[in-house]
Ligand binder design. Structure first.
Ligand SMILES: C[S@@+](CC[C@H](N)C(=O)[O-])C[C@H]1O[C@@H](n2cnc3c(N)ncnc32)[C@H](O)[C@@H]1O
Length: 214
């Protein structure tokens, strides 16, 4: 099964910190991340590792921050370019479609500019929701479809590959999350919250797959 649209995986693309929106995006994320205690957080779609490093730096000490990407080449590149920050992260080769972690393992799952790469939106959202604990938060940021012709992408990006914020919010609702979307020009953020009512004892054991490296 293909987990991503292969042509867009080029590691060599210039890193423009998300077309100049990186800081604004991370500010919005930091407002929504849970705080005050050690957290388990998953970054889906490592890219250059910028979002993963931001999570590792901004979360409480002792937090467990994982970043996953289906491309080993991308993971290797992120480890190298992050330098010392890489030591704060756990890396795993995995797709949004099949994360390989236990159900309910994470307090928060974050994906930044990844949904337009996945082959099927709903299964990817459902898998990210699965690994969230009851009461946990899914934060999905991506470009709107119009960005495909407004921004200068270094690799092929077509309008049909992108999803509207409403489609992402619907996908989260279908996965059982309470979702709210917010638009910021050419990008958007959708926040999904898993109901806390079905609270079960949180899994305390290690995630089900062995990490591919650190
Ligand atoms: C624009 S980059 C991500 C940027 C990164 N999140 C950041 O904020 O620094 C998109 C990444 O999504 C990854 N990707 C593509 N398909 C994926 C999938 N099915 N699951 C997880 N990641 C995927 C690509 O390999 C690429 O590294």
């Amino acid at each position: 099964m293909f987990h991503y649209k292969g042509e867009k995986m080029a590691v060599a693309s210039a890193n423009t910190d998300l077309h100049g929106y990186g800081r604004a995006i991370r500010l919005e994320l930091s407002r929504r991340l849970p705080s005050g205690r050690k957290l388990r957080v998953l970054d889906v779609g490592s890219g250059f590792g910028i979002n993963a490093a931001f999570l590792a730096r901004s979360l409480p000490k002792g937090s467990e921050v994982w970043t996953v990407d289906p491309s080993p080449e991308v993971l290797d590149n992120a480890k190298k370019s992050l330098g010392a920050d890489a030591a704060r992260l756990r890396f795993r080769e995995a797709s949004a479609h099949d994360l390989g972690f236990d159900e309910g393992y994470f307090d928060a799952v974050v994906s930044v500019m990844v949904l337009h790469h996945v082959v099927a939106l709903q299964p990817a959202i459902a898998e990210m929701a699965r690994v969230l604990r009851p009461g946990g938060t899914l934060l999905a940021v991506d470009y709107k479809p119009e960005a495909s012709h407004k921004l200068d992408f270094k690799s092929r990006h077509e309008e049909k590959d992108f999803f509207s914020p409403e489609a992402v919010a619907r996908g989260m609702a279908m996965a059982g999350l309470e979702a709210a979307e917010e638009e910021h020009g050419v990008w958007y953020l959708v926040e999904g919250r898993k109901a806390a009512s079905a609270r079960r004892r949180r899994a305390g054991r290690a995630p089900s797959r062995v990490a591919s490296g650190r």
